[in-house]
Design a protein around this ligand. Structure first.
Ligand SMILES: NC(=O)C1=CN([C@@H]2O[C@H](COP(=O)(O)OP(=O)(O)OC[C@H]3O[C@@H](n4cnc5c(N)ncnc54)[C@H](OP(=O)(O)O)[C@@H]3O)[C@@H](O)[C@H]2O)C=CC1
Ligand SMILES: C[C@H]1O[C@H](OP(=O)(O)OP(=O)(O)OC[C@H]2O[C@@H](n3cnc4c(=O)[nH]c(N)nc43)[C@H](O)[C@@H]2O)[C@@H](O)[C@@H](O)C1=O
Length: 319
């Protein structure tokens, strides 16, 4: 019996690398990966050639143009173009080559800026999006509809999960373009090493965010992908098929800053730069659908931050 050949697109990234770890631990599959230099996913001809030459059975689509609030607000054209091209190429060429199962990773930013909390899957497109990441959100909404449309017209089994904010080993620590947790881990660490008197946090500190450790996200992704089609179909609406993935708990950015400072061992003070955007005031996901499908997050924020900081320090030791 041939092992299934599973393509993990974006395998070097935060989520992609965690998905590879889960699949390797499970065993029983041939995991296919390509670096961006080997396969530029915005290039339709390269993606077509890849799927034509490789016998791929399943795809985890964890490749995307990703970044925090500043990056989204600064590079809107790249966020909408790159993500629409990557998902359109991968979904279309996967279908053309006969790939039956695919998992698309969207984002919690697809929901209206002022959606009711916690946010249920059916709140999609019920109001205006958050301006700081609207292009990225539009691309992700299109990705969900792309999968649903191929399922309806061609009978594919392409599934979508909507992660909340993620963090953990393999994160992007870019000083400007990263998400809040890697940004604060780096900033508090540098402040501790330099005995700086204060650390600046962007915005008011009042927004609330839900944070899921990336290894939990990878477990949830494999869990959803491996649900049999009947179970998945019985619990999702083909026209509203995405599934939220989160912890069901959130904290203010000010509380998060305090937690990161404690984990890093920083003794100075925290100040807030109100000139920076807050973004969506809150985006806590309702995770009842996924819980009903047999999965819940395991890693607490305190434990996750400790592991993430350890992974960050390990990258410094490697230099
Ligand atoms: N991180 C988070 O907080 C959240 C992430 N998500 C979603 O999860 C998924 C994974 O995100 P995450 O792991 O954080 O992102 P990362 O940026 O860590 O990883 C993305 C990976 O995709 C690759 N990639 C990007 N564009 C291309 C391209 N055009 N061709 C080939 N490879 C490409 C990158 O390669 P390279 O580095 O060489 O460019 C990188 O290895 C994405 O769909 C994202 O939208 C959703 C919600 C929250
Ligand atoms: C996953 C999600 O991620 C993004 O949305 P976001 O959650 O707003 O992103 P963020 O993590 O960058 O910020 C969260 C909050 O934290 C505050 N904040 C404080 N200090 C820093 C700081 O130093 N860096 C950053 N990045 N934020 C900071 C910041 O002001 C904001 O209030 C989009 O990509 C969106 O499309 C998306 O999918």
């Amino acid at each position: 019996m041939n092992k299934p050949r599973i393509f993990v697109a974006g395998h070097k990234g935060l989520v992609g690398s965690a998905i590879v770890r889960v699949l390797e631990r499970q065993g029983g599959a041939d995991i296919v990966t390509r670096s961006r230099a080997e396969l530029e996913l915005t290039d339709q001809a390269q993606v077509r050639e890849f799927f034509r030459s490789e016998r791929i059975d399943q795809v985890y689509l964890a490749a995307a143009k990703v970044g925090g609030i500043h990056a989204n607000n600064t590079y809107p054209a790249e966020f909408i173009y790159d993500n629409m091209m990557v998902q359109a190429n991968v979904v279309h060429e996967a279908w053309k080559s006969g790939v039956q199962k695919l998992l698309f990773l969207g984002s919690s930013c697809i929901y209206p800026r002022l959606a009711g909390q916690p946010i249920r899957e059916e709140y999609l497109m019920s109001g205006a999006l958050e301006p700081t990441n609207e292009p990225y959100a539009m691309a992700k909404i299109a990705g969900i509809k792309l999968c649903e449309s191929y399922n309806r017209q061609y009978g594919t089994d392409y599934r979508s999960v909507m992660p909340t904010n993620l963090y953990g080993p393999g994160d992007n620590y870019h000083p400007e373009n990263s998400h809040v947790i890697p940004a604060l881990i780096r900033r508090f660490h540098v402040a501790k090493v330099n005995a700086a008197p204060e650390v600046v946090i962007w915005g008011s500190g009042r927004p609330m965010r839900e944070f899921l450790y990336v290894d939990d996200m990878a477990e949830a992704s494999v869990h959803v992908m491996q649900l049999d089609r009947e179970t998945y179909g019985a619990n999702t609406d083909p026209m509203n098929s995405h599934i939220n993935v989160g912890t069901g708990q959130d904290v203010t950015i000010a509380e998060l800053a305090g937690l990161v400072g404690k984990v890093v061992g920083y003794q100075g003070s925290i100040v807030f730069d109100a000139s920076k955007p807050d973004g969506t005031p809150r985006k806590l996901l309702d995770v009842a659908k996924l819980r009903g499908l047999g999965w819940s997050a395991k890693t607490t924020l305190a434990d996750g931050l400790g592991s993430a900081y350890g992974a960050f320090r390990a990258t410094l030791d490697e230099r």
